[in-house]
Design a protein around this ligand. Structure first.
Ligand code: PHE
Length: 461
C-alpha cells in the first residue's frame, strides 16, 4: 500500500516530529507568556497539560496518521467517517493562520542572524549594545523590512516543501538540533552565575493566582508547542515506519520539547531578573523582545561571543524552519490530495496565500496604525498579529485536540487502534488507561477550561 509515499526511518520520524514541535514556541513564546502570566502556576498547568492531555493526544494523532497513511481530511474519509473530516478542515485553516504570523517572527531571527554576522565582523561597540532596544523598536515599525523578512522565510519554507523534506532537512536536522541543544545548555550554565537566576527560579516555581484566560493560554500553548490539534502530527505519522513504537516516539518527542521549553524559560527569566526593577518595567526588557534586545549583548560579553551570537540566531531560524515546513505541509498535502494538484502548484499557491495574510500580521506591530490596533475580542488581543495567535493557539488547537481525542477514544475502530499502538511495540501496558484519558479526561479538561473562559473569566487560586 502507498509504496510511493515513502516513509521515515526510525530516527527520521523522531527528528521530523521533534523538529516540528521544537520551534519559536519553545524558544521565544513560552518564556514570554510564562513571564507575562506570572510564572509559577502557569508553568505547572503547562506541564500538567502536556502529561495528561498532550502525550495521549500525540499518540492518538500518530495512530490516525499511521493507520491510514493519509493526510488529515483524507484520513477521516478513509476511516469511513466523513463528518469527522471537519477536524482536518479546521487543521488546514489553523496551519494557514499559524504560519502567516509565525513566519514574521521567524523572519526576525533571520534578520538578527545577519545583523550579528555584521557585528561580529566589524565590531559590537558599546553604542550598539546600549541601543539594541530602540533598534528593535524601529525594526518592528519598518513595514518593508517586516514584510521582506516574512517573505524570505515563506520562500525558505516553500523551497523545502517543494523539493520534499526527506534528504535535506533530515540530514541538516541531525547535525543542527544537537548543536542547538548544546548552545542552550551553555547558556543555561552561564545563567547559573547571573544574579537573576535565583529570583527567576523562585518566580517560576511558586504557586500564585492565575486567571481563567491564563489557564487557557497555558493549555493552549501545550498544544501549540507539541504541534497538536491541527493534523501536523497526523501528517507526519502517515510517513512513520511500521517497525516503530508509537508510545516511545511520542514520549520522546514530548520530553524533548518540554525540556527545551523549560531551559529556554530559565535562560530568559534569569536575564529578566538580572536587570533592575525599573529597567525591567521598560518596554525593551519585556520577555517578548528580550531575545532580540538583551540576549545579543550577553553573547558579546562571553568568550567567543562573535561566533556564538550569529550561530544562536541561525539555529533558532533553523528550529523555526523545521516547524514552518510542517505547517505548510498540512496545507500543501490537502491541495495535493483533494484538488489533485501537483506539489509545485500546491506549494506556490499555498505560499502565496499565506504570505498575503502574513503581510497584515507583519504590518500590525507598529508599521500600520489601524492593523496594529485591531481589537475584535475586547482586551484579549491587540492587532492582527496578536489576534491570529490568540485565535489559533487558544481556540483552534484545543478545539481540534478535543475532537481528535473523542474520535480515537470513541469512534475509531477498536481493533485498528489497538493494533496500531502495538505495532512495533508489543502489548501496551497502559492501553486501557490511554483510552480512558482520551474518552473522558482530555475532552473534559480542555472543555472545562474553554467553558471557564467564556462564562466565568475568573481568577483561580
Ligand atoms: N510547535 C511549533 C513550535 O513550538 C509550532 C507549531 C504549531 C508547528 C503547530 C506545527 C503545528 O514552535
Amino acid at each position: 500500500m502507498s509504496k510511493d509515499r515513502g516513509s521515515f526511518s526510525h530516527i527520521g520520524f523522531i527528528l521530523a516530529a521533534a523538529g516540528s514541535a521544537i520551534g519559536l514556541g519553545n524558544l521565544w513564546k513560552f518564556p514570554y507568556i510564562a513571564y507575562e502570566n506570572n510564572g509559577g502556576s502557569f508553568v505547572l498547568i503547562y506541564l500538567l497539560t502536556i502529561l495528561i492531555v498532550g502525550f495521549p493526544i500525540m499518540m492518538a494523532e500518530i495512530v490516525i496518521g499511521r493507520a491510514t497513511q493519509k493526510s488529515p481530511v483524507s484520513a477521516f474519509l478513509k476511516l469511513g467517517h466523513p463528518a469527522w473530516s471537519g477536524i482536518g478542515w479546521l487543521g488546514i485553516g489553523t496551519g494557514f493562520v499559524i504560519l502567516s504570523y509565525y513566519s514574521v517572527v521567524a523572519g526576525w531571527t533571520v534578520h538578527y542572524f545577519l545583523k550579528c554576522m555584521q557585528w561580529s565582523f566589524t565590531e559590537f561597540t558599546p553604542e550598539i549594545a546600549n541601543n539594541l532596544g530602540p533598534y528593535f523598536g524601529n525594526f518592528l515599525q519598518n513595514g518593508p523590512m517586516q514584510v521582506g523578512f516574512h517573505l524570505l522565510f515563506i520562500i525558505f519554507s516553500m523551497s523545502v516543501v517543494i523539493f520534499g523534506i526527506n534528504k535535506g532537512i533530515e540530514r541538516l536536522a541531525r547535525i543542527l538540533m544537537p548543536v542547538l541543544f548544546l548552545i542552550l545548555v551553555g547558556l543555561l550554565v552561564n545563567s547559573f552565575f547571573t544574579p537573576g537566576f535565583k529570583p527567576a527560579m523562585q518566580f517560576l516555581f511558586r504557586m500564585n493566582k492565575i486567571t481563567a484566560d491564563g489557564i487557557l493560554e497555558a493549555a493552549g500553548h501545550a498544544f501549540f508547542s507539541l504541534s497538536l490539534g491541527m493534523g501536523a502530527i497526523i501528517t507526519y505519522g502517515s510517513y512513520m515506519n511500521k517497525k516503530e513504537s508509537i508510545p516511545k516516539a511520542a514520549g520522546l518527542v514530548c520530553i524533548m520539547d518540554t525540556l527545551i521549553a523549560l531551559v529556554a524559560c530559565f535562560i530568559m527569566c534569569s536575564i529578566i531578573f538580572s536587570v533592575s526593577e525599573a529597567e525591567r518595567a521598560s518596554e525593551f526588557s519585556q520577555s517578548m523582545v528580550i531575545m532580540f534586545t538583551t540576549l545579543p549583548k550577553m553573547f558579546y560579553n562571553l568568550p567567543a561571543g562573535q561566533i556564538f551570537a550569529p550561530l544562536f540566531f541561525l539555529l533558532v531560524s533553523f528550529a523555526a524552519l523545521t516547524s514552518t515546513i510542517s505547517l505548510l505541509e498540512v496545507v500543501v498535502a490537502f491541495f495535493i490530495d483533494h484538488l489533485k494538484w501537483d506539489r509545485i502548484k500546491s506549494t506556490l499557491l499555498a505560499g502565496l496565500l499565506i504570505f498575503g495574510t502574513g503581510v497584515l500580521a507583519a504590518l500590525s506591530l507598529g508599521a500600520n496604525g489601524p492593523l496594529s490596533k485591531l481589537n475584535p475580542f475586547g482586551g484579549r488581543s491587540e492587532g492582527v498579529f496578536d489576534t491570529l495567535d490568540y485565535l489559533a493557539s487558544n481556540w483552534f488547537l484545543p478545539v481540534g485536540g478535543i475532537f481528535i481525542s473523542l474520535f480515537v477514544g470513541w469512534i475509531m475502530d477498536k481493533k485498528l487502534k489497538k493494533m496500531e499502538m502495538e505495532t512495533g511495540h508489543g502489548p501496551v501496558k497502559y492501553y486501557k488507561f490511554w483510552i480512558f484519558l482520551l474518552r473522558f479526561i482530555c475532552p473534559a479538561a480542555v472543555g472545562w477550561i474553554i467553558y471557564a473562559v467564556i462564562f466565568m473569566g475568573k481568577t483561580f487560586n
